[in-house]
Design a protein around this ligand. Structure first.
Ligand SMILES: NC(=O)c1ccc[n+]([C@@H]2O[C@H](COP(=O)([O-])OP(=O)(O)OC[C@H]3O[C@@H](n4cnc5c(N)ncnc54)[C@H](O)[C@@H]3O)[C@@H](O)[C@H]2O)c1
Length: 254
């Protein structure tokens, strides 16, 4: 993991789940971490937990779909930790209590907008805010977190899957624009992963039945994604850009 120590990362949606795992993983390799979440309590708790290990971290509260909140949080991150070298666009969601169980054609327009605004526009806003400075400095790593559901879609996940497919397009487009300035943009594609929140939502049987679809037939855990995320943030991936990395134990094949 060359080139990580001494860098600063901003990880969105990092109060819990995969984002928290990425933040902890980066911190373990000497990266200072801005832990951004719409839930300020979890952002602070995760940042404090990382700080307790001796690494540098700051909790930042922002709704990633709100441009002015994003800019304020990024300024807060830079003030606390310095320039941002690494951005992981991880904040995302698929359904809420209101939309769970609805058929795709029953979804209210504002529910569609909320998913797209968080998962896709939010990533764009964060890229727009940090990538120009990365380009000026000649080094940067951006990782957009998509979903293997793009490869095995469900009809009632239309907004979520459209947003996650959109991130792949965003990745490819931005990669083309920033590559000559030493900045890479890639997509990390998790399969169904047993985070604490997912474990609250779904029974164990759901994870077990998914596990049986994989070449490596076991339940995917947040730790399974951290190595690939760190690789994409390091110097080792300097000549890799615009790509999608499916990390799902061998369920879908591109
Ligand atoms: N867990 C899985 O099975 C799985 C599979 C494929 C892709 N993913 C993707 O990985 C990412 C993380 O998933 P997770 O399972 O850890 O989810 P999670 O719900 O546990 O964590 C998501 C975090 O994002 C935050 N967040 C939500 N909306 C936000 C907003 N508007 N602004 C800022 N923060 C916001 C939440 O507060 C939460 O802390 C998501 O983008 C998700 O779509 C997850």
């Amino acid at each position: 993991m060359e080139g990580l120590a001494g860098r600063t990362a901003l990880v969105t949606g990092a109060g819990r789940g995969l984002g928290a795992a990425f933040a902890r993983g980066l911190a373990a390799y000497g990266v200072s971490v801005g832990v951004l979440d719409i839930d300020g309590d979890t952002a602070t708790a995760t940042a404090n937990e990382i700080s307790d290990t001796g690494a540098r971290a700051v909790g930042l509260i922002a709704d990633i779909s709100d441009r002015s909140a994003v800019l304020e949080a990024i300024t807060g991150c830079e003030d606390a930790l310095g320039r941002i070298d690494i951005l992981i666009n991880n904040a995302g969601f698929g359904t809420t209590k209101e939309t769970a169980g609805l058929e795709w054609h029953e979804w209210p327009e504002d529910a569609w907008d909320a998913v797209i605004d968080c998962n896709l526009k939010g990533a764009f806003l964060a890229c727009q805010a940090v990538a120009p400075k990365m380009m000026e400095r000649g080094w940067g790593r951006i990782v957009n977190v998509s979903s293997a559901t793009v490869w095995h879609p469900l009809a009632n996940g239309a907004a979520y899957i459209a947003s996650k497919a959109g991130l792949i397009g965003l990745t490819r487009s931005l990669a083309t624009g920033v590559g000559e300035h030493g900045v890479t943009v890639n997509t990390l594609v998790p399969g169904l992963t047993k985070t604490d929140h997912m474990a609250d939502l779904y029974p164990d049987e759901q994870f077990e039945s998914f596990a049986q679809l994989r070449a490596i037939p076991r339940v995917e855990l947040p730790a399974d994604l951290v190595g690939t995320a760190l690789f994409l943030c390091s110097d080792a991936s300097a000549f890799v850009t615009g790509q999608s990395f499916v990390v799902d134990g061998g369920h879908v094949f591109d």
